[in-house]
Design a protein around this ligand. Structure first.
Ligand code: NAD
Length: 335
């Protein structure tokens, strides 16, 4: 079985590569990643000499490169590659459309020509927009994205749906809530707060800190994608979420408490424009139809995560110092 994973050097992609190579030692897994600012081959050191693992540096929007790759014979595709940070999409939306919409379309064309047996599009609950105080997103909730990031993910999702309806491509779309865990780029809420607290730097919290997100430990997301990849019914969408809704300020205070740092480090800053108030996922479909059961609750997952960042300070300090780019060229050349 030949599995193509896109964006495998990013946060969730890394965790998925490690999970899959461990669970399916007979699979050949190709990781195609453009190594943007958030892709980091250091994450994959432990598998770089595994004969069943191959890394290809390429942009998913590069049609020639993708067609060349698919000519190797690909059975399964999981598309993680994306511009993923909402704040960056507000500053620079163009690249979000290029990767998340056009890149997805190139992959779909390649998958169609080479008749893959499954294409899984890894998407986000953010495509559904924002919830009020009650209710949950289901797979039939209308798409109502509010940021350029979520709009570009929704655009990619709609193309995936269309390639199923029009060309019969065997696809699934997964829509997951906020992930946390090892290898998350330190611009995202949880690693940013851990890193700042460890450095005794102020912890910036948007608005009143009462925006609510549903948090899922990354390994539970990987097990859900694995199930969808192997057992998902073609054309279906599966929501993935942990029933772990927390306000941002609760997360920040949990981090400070675990690290023994004072709440005086908290700084409320101007809210993000278009900041969605609440996300909440109804994951009943994947639980009942595919038998998915998450392993982690928030209390255990957040502890593991905090301790991973304590034990791996070199990993995030290198990224934060900005020397990673030069390091990459030195270490890996232009590969
Ligand atoms: P990330 O930013 O950590 O990783 C993205 C990876 O994609 C990086 O390795 C980057 O180099 C690569 N990439 C970017 N543009 C590329 C391109 N044009 N061609 C090839 N590779 C490219 O993101 P993440 O948090 O790991 O998210 C992965 C996927 O999961 C995304 O599609 C995201 O929308 C989705 N998702 C994320 C979350 C979350 O909480 N992080 C939740 C739900 C869904």
């Amino acid at each position: 079985m030949k599995l193509l994973v896109t964006g495998g050097a990013g946060f969730i992609g890394t965790n998925f590569m490690l999970y899959m190579l461990n669970k399916y030692p007979e699979y050949q897994i190709i990781n195609v990643d453009a190594l943007t600012y958030s892709g980091n081959l250091d994450n994959l050191r432990s598998i770089q000499n595994n004969p069943n693992y191959q890394f290809v540096r390429a942009d998913i929007a590069d049609r020639e490169a993708m067609y060349g790759l698919f000519r190797q014979g690909i059975d399964l595709v999981v598309n993680f590659a994306a511009e993923s940070h909402v704040d960056r999409s507000i500053l620079e939306p163009d690249v979000f459309v290029k990767t998340n919409v056009m890149g997805t379309q190139v992959l779909l064309d390649a998958a169609k020509i080479h008749k893959v047996s499954k294409f899984v599009q890894v998407s986000t609950d953010e495509v559904y927009g924002s919830l009020g105080e009650t209710g949950l997103f289901t797979e039939t909730t209308p798409l109502s994205p509010n940021s350029p990031y979520s709009a570009s993910k929704a655009g990619g999702d709609l193309l995936v749906r269309a390639y199923h309806e029009t060309f019969g491509l065997p696809v699934n779309i997964t829509r997951c809530s906020n992930n946390y865990g090892p290898y998350q780029f330190p611009e995202k809420l949880i690693p940013l707060m851990i890193a700042n607290a460890l450095n005794d730097k102020p912890l910036p919290v948007y608005g009143d800190g009462l925006n609510i997100r549903d948090w899922l430990y990354v390994e539970d997301h990987c097990s859900a994608i694995d199930l969808v990849l192997h057992r998902g019914v073609n054309g279906e969408i599966y929501n993935i979420g942990g029933n772990n809704e927390h306000t941002n300020i609760h997360i920040v205070k949990t981090v400070l408490k675990e690290l023994g740092k004072p709440e005086s480090l908290i700084r409320y800053v101007q809210d993000r424009p278009g900041h969605d108030r609440r996300y909440g996922i109804d994951a009943a479909k994947i639980r009942t139809e595919l038998g998915w059961v998450p392993k982690y609750n928030f209390a255990s997952g957040i502890k593991e995560t905090i301790h991973w960042y304590i034990d791996n300070q070199e990993w995030w300090k290198k990224i934060q110092s900005g020397e990673y780019q030069q390091y990459y060229a030195k270490q890996y050349g232009s590969r």
